[in-house]
Ligand binder design. Structure first.
Ligand SMILES: [Ca+2]
Ligand SMILES: [Ca+2]
Ligand SMILES: [Ca+2]
Ligand SMILES: [Ca+2]
Length: 366
């Protein structure tokens, strides 16, 4: 009771019941606070293995408070051959139980560790700066090394920022799955909707096997998996006097990175035009300077698996009806693709380019 500042008003996070299924927490003083620790747990992490259902999925809640409880560790027992994926979410915006006007804004980073077969606690995966945050064993070589034996996974939450005196009730959703078996989606993909009738198509896993796209404005879907189909390469010819922006949008719990490249005509290596790593959607421009050649596009599923949606939008200076031909002079000097403002959008009628997007099918999750 040494933290008590006002009679009858316990400090934030005084009553906790970490590691219970949603709605099952009892905040009367008998519950537990998951153990502290920055890089390894100070004490035994709360075991949430019992919350895994028949399909391998589980969900639990816990509490953190700025200044009072800034670390929580959990553990999950995992059978040989299985992997684990976990996602962390916490309340943001108005929480009327706390205050009717103050916006809740916080940041909790998420880490995954494992106890190796030789008994060490080893880093597996981490996520910070996103909301939600997600971690997965698929990213880890030490996990893959120990895939043949039963393992223990640790989940570590570290509170970086939270409203003062606010009890943040976070939710962790996780799933265990057979990591040695390919998910059914792997077997027959239809990346870019370009699979032959009755057939399948996975965009190539290297620069040398890209799927060829037509040079038109378009939106299409593809599928990726962080360990079994990390790379989907596409290629599109960019005519002279054109630039394009390409964006890839994906489920919020995943992480996809986007890169554009061209094949250097003299040296024969792939030269990077631009990359985007930390947004959703990730967007990259191929500039007027890059025109007159094939542009290679790499969609890299870095964490998670599932559908993504690519949107390619061409831009051209001075060629739109009534356009000012002086705009061409800007081609080489406009950074960051800002030139798109000059022609955006609607100036395409009567143009060579048609919009063959699949915009009627926008749901990335279906
Ligand atoms: Ca806690
Ligand atoms: Ca704690
Ligand atoms: Ca694919
Ligand atoms: Ca692929």
């Amino acid at each position: 009771m040494e933290y008590q500042t006002e009679p009858g008003a316990p400090p934030p996070c005084f009553f906790q019941d970490d590691g219970k299924a949603p709605g099952d927490g009892v905040f009367t003083g008998n519950g537990e606070d998951a153990t502290e620790g920055a890089y390894s747990p100070d004490d035994t992490p709360i075991d949430v293995t019992g919350l895994v259902d028949a399909d391998g999925n589980g969900v639990f809640q816990g509490m953190m408070c700025a200044g009072y409880d800034e670390a929580d560790w959990y553990q999950i027992s995992v059978a040989a051959g299985d992997g684990v994926w976990a996602m962390l979410e916490w309340p943001e915006g108005i929480d009327s139980n706390f205050n009717d006007t103050i916006e809740i804004e916080g940041d909790i980073s998420f880490g995954m560790y494992m106890v190796t077969s030789s008994g060490y606690t080893s880093f597996v995966s981490s996520s910070y700066g996103f909301h939600p945050q997600a971690v997965a064993t698929n990213e880890s070589y030490s996990w893959t090394n120990d895939l043949g034996v039963d393992s223990t996974v640790y989940l570590r939450l570290l509170l970086n920022e939270m409203n003062e005196d606010y009890e943040s009730n976070y939710t962790v959703t996780f799933s265990t799955y057979n990591a040695t078996e390919e998910p059914w989606q792997m077997a027959c993909q239809d990346d870019a909707g370009l699979a032959p009738i009755g057939g399948c198509l996975d965009a190539g896993d290297s620069y040398n096997e890209p799927v060829n796209l037509t040079t038109v404005n378009q939106t299409f879907q593809g599928w990726g998996h962080d360990s079994m189909d990390a790379y989907d390469f596409y290629k599109v010819y960019l005519p002279n006097n054109y630039a394009f922006e390409v964006c890839v949008e994906f489920p919020e719990q995943n992480d996809i990175d986007l890169g554009l490249f061209y094949l250097h005509p003299t040296y024969g290596y792939f030269y990077s035009i631009g990359n985007s790593y930390n947004d959703n959607p990730e967007c990259v421009w191929a500039q007027y300077d890059d025109a007159g050649q094939d542009i290679y596009m790499r969609v890299w599923t870095d964490r998670g698996s599932g559908d993504y949606e690519v949107t390619l939008t061409l831009a051209t200076p001075g060629l739109e009806p009534g356009g000012n031909q002086d705009d061409c002079g800007m081609a080489g000097s406009v950074p960051g693709g800002d030139a798109a403002d000059l022609v955006y959008p609607g100036a395409w009628s009567g143009h060579t380019f048609t919009n063959e997007s699949t915009q009627a099918d926008l749901n990335p999750l279906d």
